[in-house]
Design a protein around this ligand. Structure first.
Ligand code: HEC
Ligand code: HEC
Ligand code: HEC
Ligand code: HEC
Length: 433
């Protein structure tokens, strides 16, 4: 009797400890894959603040934390990066030996990773590596059409990513990632996302995952026109538009002696430092209450989106901490493609629209009166005619891009002359008393 229950207890114990103990265990292998991707996210451990001494490349985009990720040095294809050897030579090696190697002078993970984490990494390296080139070739040979992986996507992944792969704003649309970074997407599909709830597909087999890549590569990119207009709304007020908390401390780049320094949230709006005419200290904000002395963004029209995103994440701006990837992408698209020369619409000296008010009246009645009334109904306690006389650059920006967090249409895809005409008409609208 006693013996029997002891045997049961041992069996139960074996079941309980099995997930950690067995070398070929699938949970350990995929966890190792996620640690390889980003161990500090997966294990909730902190990466050191200083760059990894083994990281020799001078690439400015790699942050100190990223220099401690295995993938930074050993690659998404496991073949090594920038002259550093890959991990592919250690397939079928004893996992414990790999775990020991992570404490060597090249690595120094002894303090950073627990024994269990190092063993998971060992299991991944010993039995979790995939021939990425071969999977990608397989994906290229996959014919479009309903395959099992399309259905797997629709039923497993679309819950979070949306059927078009673009629902999550913290990452690029999956279609773009799959086209631009196929090995990374394969690694994530096989092992799951570090620190996340995404299911790992490894056990469905490599063929399914290769077909999944082929399917993901057919998903749409972002809609550029929508992205630019959304970027314009974020430029106006990203705090209102993203529905997040308004900032309680002034933006560090805002001059402490300038007029709005005590209105913390205002100082975080792009427009407050760079102006509604995008000309900063060379435009309407050259003097008056909005003066900061900060230059405009006109020189960045046409700049590479990656360069603009890096600038927005920089220590000058600090937007990486408060905005999601897609927001930064939309802002970059706005800066790159969305700026207009306001002087073509509005005389910078008089503030009068260069458009034709009579022509504008008809457009106003059809497109705007539904919400603003024929007479230019009050807009948040202010009259739309009055605000358009006082700050036509603000009105023009809103007409082109819409207003943060509401349904007002963005007109940037229609003839700019129409915008000038409506602006001229609005400047004639008088307040009724
Ligand atoms: C900053 C760069 C860097 C990072 C980050 C890094 N390694 Fe390495 N790794 C190296 C270097 C350098 C070597 C020595 C290889 C050589 O001789 O070129 C190495 C060797 C290895 C080897 C042995 C390769 C072989 O065949 O000899 C394994 C396995 C390995 N690393 C795993 C990892 C794992 C797992 C992580 C993450 C926990 C990691 N490495 C993070 C730089 C790095
Ligand atoms: C439970 C929700 C959830 C499910 C289900 C899910 N994902 Fe994810 N996935 C996420 C989240 C959240 C992220 C972003 C993680 C982050 O913040 O970096 C992500 C990120 C990714 C990324 C990285 C994108 C990039 O550019 O960095 C890929 C690739 C991916 N998922 C693929 C898939 C696939 C394929 C499936 C289906 C097998 C799937 N996901 C299922 C939530 C999910
Ligand atoms: C608190 C003030 C402040 C805010 C808010 C701000 N910026 Fe800036 N921005 C700066 C400063 C300062 C510079 C550096 C300009 C200089 O060197 O004089 C700069 C530079 C830029 C430049 C490069 C201009 C050039 O010619 O070098 C771009 C583009 C830009 N910002 C975009 C944005 C966007 C988009 C936002 C909103 C998400 C934003 N900024 C919000 C202060 C600000
Ligand atoms: C679907 C309803 C809707 C339509 C249609 C609409 N608007 Fe708006 N508009 C709004 C809302 C809501 C606001 C924000 C008002 C607020 O802050 O109270 C707004 C704000 C504005 C502002 C900014 C005022 C400010 O100082 O914040 C201007 C200018 C403006 N609209 C012009 C127009 C013009 C011109 C048209 C036609 C081309 C138009 N709107 C069509 C709903 C609409």
């Amino acid at each position: 009797m006693v013996r029997r229950s002891l045997a049961t207890a041992v069996a139960l114990l074996a079941i309980v400890i099995a997930p950690w103990a067995s070398a070929s265990d699938s949970a350990s292998v995929v966890r190792g894959g996620r640690l390889y991707d980003n161990w500090s996210l997966e294990s909730k451990g902190r990466a050191p603040n200083h760059p990894n001494p083994a990281f020799k490349s001078k690439q400015a985009r790699i942050t100190p934390a990223d220099s401690w990720r295995c993938v930074t040095c050993h690659g998404w294809d496991y073949k090594g990066v920038g002259g550093i050897k890959g991990i592919s030579g250690r397939e079928k090696t004893e996992p414990l030996a790999i775990a020991a190697l992570l404490m060597d002078a090249n690595h120094g993970y002894g303090e950073l990773l627990s024994e269990g984490d190092r063993l998971d990494l060992g299991n991944f390296i010993a039995s979790g590596q995939t021939d990425m080139g071969r999977l990608r070739e397989q994906a290229l040979r996959t014919k479009p059409g309903q395959t099992l992986s399309d259905k797997v996507y629709a039923t497993i992944c679309a819950n979070c990513h949306g059927l078009d792969g673009a629902r999550l704003r913290q990452v690029p649309p999956l279609g773009d990632s799959a086209r631009q970074r196929p090995y990374e997407v394969l690694h994530v599909a096989l092992n799951g996302h570090p620190g996340g709830d995404m299911p790992a597909l490894r056990t469905l087999g490599e063929a399914t995952v290769a077909k999944m890549l082929a399917y993901l590569q057919t998903l749409p990119s972002i809609n550029l026109a929508a992205s630019i207009a959304n970027g314009g709304r974020l430029y106006d007020d990203w705090q209102v538009h993203t529905g997040g908390q308004r900032q309680a401390l002034p933006h560090p780049a805002y001059p402490p002696n300038a007029y709005y320094a005590s209105a913390a949230a205002e100082t975080w709006r792009c427009k407050e430092c760079h102006g509604w005419d995008y000309k900063g200290n060379q435009g309407q904000y050259a003097n008056g209450n909005h003066t900061t002395g900060i230059r405009g963004i006109r020189a960045f029209a046409g700049a590479e989106p990656e360069k603009i995103i890096a600038l927005l994440r920089s220590s000058t701006h600090l937007f990486g901490a408060v905005l999601k990837h897609r927001d930064l992408q939309d802002l970059a698209n706005f800066v790159r493609y969305g700026q207009i020369d306001m002087d073509t619409l509005i005389d910078p000296r008089t503030g009068l629209s260069r458009g034709d008010a009579a022509q504008g009246a008809a457009h106003y009645r059809s497109m705007c009166a539904g919400c603003h009334g024929l007479e230019g109904r009050f807009v948040a306690k202010r009259h739309a005619g009055r605000v358009t006389r006082e700050d036509p650059w603000h009105s023009a920006h809103n007409m082109l891009n819409g207003h943060p967090d509401d349904t007002m249409p963005a007109l940037r895809e229609i003839d700019p002359k129409v915008i000038g005409d409506i602006l001229a008409h609005m400047q004639t609208l008088q307040e009724r008393r």
